[in-house]
Structures are given as structure tokens and as C-alpha cells.
Design a protein around this ligand. Structure first.
Ligand code: NAP
Length: 493
């Protein structure tokens, strides 16, 4: 176990290109969830007035940034990508200390952020509309994409580098200015991301950040009439509130929320491959990812053989401080998340058959953090609480089904629709699954958790409302389309 140290930078808001101390006088201490003796940062609980300052700075910077040619805006993002690459080891350590995921997982998150920055930087050279034939003679018709103005980004703690990046980058390349409100649990990661954007050469006011509580800072972003759009990632509870409030304000809004992602294992599947992938998808990042595998729906014919492999894989996982090299599963992010997961474990024990884990871990390696054992429940009824609700912890439900049709019905029985996967080599089943599974992302013979920077990311049903993030389509949320008609009959010859 690492020795506890008390090093805690006091973080400030970033407004108009400067780090500004909050006037609130109230702060929040963040501790390493793997070792609570270590304070990782102290951040202000900022006021609504400070949000208004940040919005005013973003508004003042908008005209200059909008008029900066898009390829030059993209070039700054390219420089940000290079800076992240240069500092990725240090950033990964900050991420693991603050959020708890393993160093390996932090590096993967940072690589993904670099990929997003590099891809979106190139969009600065492709930010065109369409040219179309006019119905009229000597007329030209085309579309252009224009920025919205000031955009608010409200982000969760579970990808504290990648999610701010995948909102900020397309917003900026499209010519908007941004106010970021990161999670209270990960202010240090957010501050380092904002710092890197600043070092890449963004003009003052183009990117701002206000630290503090959702109910104050996030709410003020929603209330402020100068904020034209809100991009939110987080829970359904908060997302549905934000969506309704944004509608009342006539703000453009996208909300990416929870998941309950299934892996379907059919009788002809490569069971070893499927089991390895489910172990990775269910217990990686301690199950605290929106694309985590939380249900495995397996045909009766191979269920026992599959579960045996699953148990073998899960038993090998080492839980501990993510900064230690051989650790596979880190802690939960905070006491509230721990409480939620323990609540679902108690329900699961009543509803289903516990095969592995099921409790908080204790002992010298665990007593200073929020560690829960990787947990597998078997014979889980498809409509039970643990099979339907997002747990956001290292908890996997095995649901046994008779055949492919029942597997699909069960997979689609939840309110969420983010990611899914099927393990089979039957071509007809593969295409049936792709056609009928109700998720925004789907995989074949691969884990539910992978995604690439140039493909759209997001869910359907209760998971996602508004336009998709990432990929080329990310730009659509941050732009308005203008249709242009030019009649050149009367122009001088
Ligand atoms: P959360 O509690 O909903 O918080 C998300 C953000 O909203 C935080 O910055 C939070 O601030 C802020 N917020 C809270 N109340 C607010 C209000 N009344 N007005 C404005 N903002 C408010 O979610 P979380 O616990 O951080 O994240 C976990 C959730 O995110 C899971 O459900 C997960 O599935 C989801 N997620 C989804 C995706 C996806 O792409 N679909 C990706 C990652 C995570 P504070 O918490 O700082 O107060």
C-alpha cells in the first residue's frame, strides 16, 4: 500500500484566461478514494456570480473566436493533443489518484482524449456545408454551419479527462466559446485539462471553468440566457431535470446518461473469449463506466460452462490502489457510490444466487479506501431490481435464457440503451442482433466498453437525448445550419 501524503493544491476558477480565486470562501476537499488519508485537491464551491463572470468572458471572446478561421482553431486543438501526449504519464497519475481507476485505465482514457483532439482538430478543415442545385435558373443554394455562441459543458467524474475533452474540442473547433462545470469529485483533472488548452494558445475567454456544486454552478449555467446550449453527461436523475429546464429556456441540449449494457452469449460462442470480455467489461474501472457490462444474457445450453470460465477469470482480479502496477480493479469513487453499490448488493442477495464477492473489502490494504469485491450474481430474474437499474459498481448479473429470441427480449427489457455485445459466429444471428438490439452502440465478439474517436458515441431510450457526441456528427450539436439562396441573375455581367 502507498504511504499517505498530504499534498493538496488549492484550485481556482479559470475565467478570461486567468486563474481566479473564488470569492465564496467555501471549499471542498477531495481525497484519494484508494487512500482517504491523502488529500488530492481543494476546490472552491463557487457562486452564481462567478458563473456569470465566466459567461460574460465567454460572450466577450465569442466574436473574435468565431471569426478565427476554422483551420486555425483546429490547429490549436492539434497543439493541445501534442501537449497532452507529452504530459500523459503525469496526467494519468493525477487521474488515478483523484478518481481511483488503475494507472493502465487512466492511460487508456488519456490516449482516447488525444485521439479525440487529433480527430476534431482535422474537422477545422472540413467544417463545410452542402451545395445543392436550385430549382431556379442562375441561382446557387448551399448551407453553412455556424457556431451557437456560449456553450455550457456539465461533466461527471468517471471520465474526468476524456469527457471534458470530447465536449470542449468540437465546441471550440466549431467556433463556440465554452464554460466548463466539471464534477466536484474531479476538479484537479479538469483544471489540468483546462491548463493544457490554455498552453495550446487559446485566446482569453474562449474556454472558462467554474468549480463547484451542480445545484449552484450547473444550475446557473442553465439559467443564464447568454448560454445557448448545454452538453451534459451524468445520471438520469440530473439529466432529466436539465433537459426539462433547458427546454423551458429554449436552449439546445444534449444529455448522455446511464446504461445497463448486456452481453448476449449464444450456444455456439467462443466461451473463453466471451468470458474474458465480460470480466473486462464488468469489472474494469470498478464497473463505473456508462458502457460497463452489467448483464450477461446466456443460453441455457452453455450457461454452466460459461459461468465456470467467468468465475475463473473474475477470481484472478486483484483489487487495490490503482497506482500499484499489478492492480486490476480500483476503488469506488466516494462514500455515496459505495453506499449505492452496497444497497444493490443487499437487494441482489435476496433476489438471486450470489456466486462471487458481494461485500466491501476489509483489511490493511482496503481499510482506507472504498473497495468492493468483484461480484457475480447468477440466475438473476430479468425483471429484478439488479437486472434493471444502473448500479455503477463491480456487479454483474447472469441471466439465463432459452434461446436467441428470449435473449433479445431480455437484452431490450431495460429503460436504457447505450452499448451491447453478442458472442456468436452465426452470421444470421449477428445481423439479427445488430438490427434488433436497442442500443446506440453495439459490438460483435468484443467487449461493450470500447469506442473510437471518429465514431459517434451515445445512447437511445433513457440513455441519450439530443445529438450524438464524438465522430464527425459531434459538430452538429455545436452548430446551426444556415440555408443560403443566391440569385445571381441581376449581378453585373
Ligand atoms: P451526476 O450526479 O448526474 O452529475 C453529473 C454532473 O451534473 C456533475 O457535474 C454534477 O455536479 C452536475 N449536476 C448535479 N446536479 C445538477 C443540477 N441540478 N444542475 C446542473 N448540474 C448538476 O452524475 P455522476 O455521478 O457525476 O456520473 C455518473 C453517471 O454518469 C452515471 O449514471 C453514468 O452512466 C453517467 N455517464 C454517462 C455517459 C454517457 O456518455 N452516456 C458517460 C459517462 C457517465 P456535482 O456532482 O459536482 O454537484
Amino acid at each position: 500500500m502507498t504511504t499517505a501524503t498530504v499534498t493538496a493544491p488549492l484550485r481556482h476558477n479559470f475565467i478570461n484566461g486567468r486563474w481566479v480565486a473564488s470569492r465564496s470562501g467555501q471549499t471542498m476537499e477531495r481525497r484519494n478514494p484508494a487512500d482517504l488519508r491523502e488529500i488530492t485537491s481543494i476546490a472552491p464551491l463557487s457562486t452564481r456570480e462567478e458563473v456569470r463572470d465566466a459567461v460574460a468572458a465567454a460572450k466577450a471572446a465569442f466574436a473574435g473566436w468565431r471569426d478565427t478561421p476554422a483551420p486555425l482553431r483546429g490547429r490549436i486543438l492539434g497543439r493541445a493533443a501534442a501537449l497532452v501526449e507529452k504530459q500523459k504519464e503525469a496526467l494519468a497519475r493525477t487521474l488515478s489518484r483523484e478518481e481511483g481507476k488503475t494507472l493502465r485505465e487512466s492511460l487508456v482514457e488519456i490516449e482516447r482524449s488525444i485521439n479525440i483532439l487529433e480527430f476534431i482538430a482535422g474537422e477545422g478543415r472540413r467544417l463545410g456545408g452542402e451545395t445543392m442545385p436550385s430549382e431556379l435558373r442562375r441561382n446557387l443554394a448551399y448551407t453553412i454551419k455556424q457556431p451557437l455562441g456560449v456553450v455550457g459543458a456539465i461533466t461527471p467524474w468517471n471520465f474526468p479527462v476524456a469527457i471534458p475533452v470530447w465536449k470542449i474540442a468540437p465546441a471550440l473547433v466549431a467556433g463556440n466559446t465554452v464554460v466548463l462545470k466539471p464534477s466536484e469529485l474531479t476538479p484537479e483533472c479538469a483544471a489540468q485539462v483546462v491548463e493544457l488548452f490554455g498552453q495550446a494558445g487559446l485566446p482569453a475567454g474562449v474556454l472558462n471553468m467554474v468549480l463547484g456544486a451542480g445545484e449552484e454552478v450547473g444550475d446557473e449555467l442553465l439559467q443564464d440566457r447568454e448560454v445557448r446550449a448545454i452538453s451534459f453527461t451524468g445520471s438520469n436523475e440530473v439529466g432529466s431535470h436539465i433537459y426539462a429546464l433547458a427546454a423551458r429556456q429554449m436552449k439546445k441540449c444534449q444529455c448522455e446518461m446511464g446504461g445497463k449494457n448486456p452481453v448476449v452469449v449464444l450456444r455456439d460462442a467462443d466461451l473463453e473469449l466471451a468470458a474474458q470480455s465480460v470480466v473486462l467489461g464488468a469489472f474494469g474501472s470498478s464497473g463505473q463506466r456508462c458502457t460497463a457490462t452489467s448483464r450477461v444474457v446466456v443460453e441455457h445450453a452453455v450457461a454452466d460452462a460459461f459461468v465456470a470460465r467467468l468465475l475463473e477469470g473474475a477470481r484472478k482480479l486483484k483489487v487495490g490502489n490503482g497506482l500499484e502496477a499489478d492492480v486490476d480493479v480500483g476503488p469506488l469513487v466516494d462514500s455515496q457510490q459505495l453506499e449505492t453499490v452496497l444497497h444493490y448488493l443487499a437487494i441482489g442477495k435476496k433476489e438471486s444466487r450470489l456466486l462471487l464477492g458481494g461485500d466491501r473489502l476489509s483489511g490493511p490494504a482496503y481499510d482506507h479506501g472504498y473497495f468492493v469485491a468483484p461480484t457475480i450474481f447468477d440466475h438473476v430474474p430479468w425483471d429484478s431490481v439488479i437486472a434493471q437499474e444502473e448500479i455503477f459498481g463491480p456487479v454483474l448479473s447472469v441471466i439465463r435464457v432459452a434461446d436467441f429470441d428470449q435473449a433479445l427480449r431480455v437484452a431490450n427489457s431495460v429503460k436504457y440503451g447505450l452499448s451491447s455485445s453478442v458472442y456468436t459466429n452465426d452470421a444470421r444471428r449477428i445481423f439479427d442482433f445488430i438490427d434488433r438490439i436497442e442500443t446506440g452502440i453495439t459490438h460483435v465478439n468484443a467487449p461493450t466498453v470500447a469506442s473510437e474517436a471518429h465514431l459517434p458515441f451515445g445512447g437511445i431510450k433513457a440513455t441519450g437525448v439530443g445529438l450524438r457526441e464524438m465522430g464527425r456528427v459531434a459538430i452538429d450539436f455545436y452548430t446551426e445550419l444556415k440555408a443560403v439562396y443566391i440569385d445571381y441573375t441581376s449581378l453585373p455581367a
